[in-house]
Design a protein around this ligand. Sequence first.
Ligand code: PD2
Ligand code: ZN
Length: 287
Amino acid sequence: MSTTQARQQVTPELRKWIVDQAQAGHGPESVVKAMMASGWTEDVAIDAMESTLRGHLEEQAVAQGLPPAVPVPDAALDESPLYVDAGDRQVAVLQAMYNPRVVVFGNLLSDEECEQLIALAKPRLARSLTVATKTGGEEVNADRTSNGMFFQRGENDLVRRIEQRIARLVNWPEENGEGLQILQYGPGAEYKPHYDYFDPAEPGTPTILKRGGQRVGTIVMYLAEPEKGGGTVFPDVHLEVSPKRGNAVFFSYERAHPSTRTLHGGSPVLAGEKWIATKWLRERRFE
Ligand code: PD2
Ligand code: ZN
């Protein structure tokens, strides 16, 4: 940064001017151009404009009663890499969406890892439960007709290896992850559209949040492919992700609110069997 910019502060007056320009319909290029004309370099002007507008939107959101935005996991995709180094594996980036933040990864798990997870989970399967938001306990839910089980975090070498890989991939501490959940969906089984965060309006939510805070991200890994159906769908943005073995869909949500557009579901399996592993990521250490 030159001495000119070092001395140039993003003052409240400048912030107001940037917001006024945006509200008057002036595009980012003309705002940056005007700032450059008064001595800002392009990069610094862009940063100042972006942070001002982001801050303004956040203030508006909170003023309207939305929960505040919090930091979320994410992969380092700024330079559009085709692969991300996840430590012991190069993970392919197959698709990236920004709003909602949804990334489809390829080659996250090997076929052997998928098979091993299924074999370890099989003897421990039971009808899937969901968190009972009224009480903070767990309950059978007609919207979720899969069978499942949880591994403890770090329960065995395989689970530990995958947890380390995910932590590196999305830059989020391993200790903030819930235990890996394995789910089996037979023909007709589905997980109706829902949000993965805990609804702040439900009475059981404060109890749930004591253990690690909100969920802020999800990774659904596909372990076995059905013959038909079973895609992961995001109805608000009309997106369907195919349940391809070894691939995964990651998404994050910076506030516990539908404005994140992270409504998603597991479509009914039409033929064959779908197996997934889900990792839910919390704000803080999950004990
Ligand atoms: O199985 C899926 O595709 C799916 C869909 C929605 C999984 C989850 N949610 C989940 O495990 O949270
Ligand atoms: Zn979900």
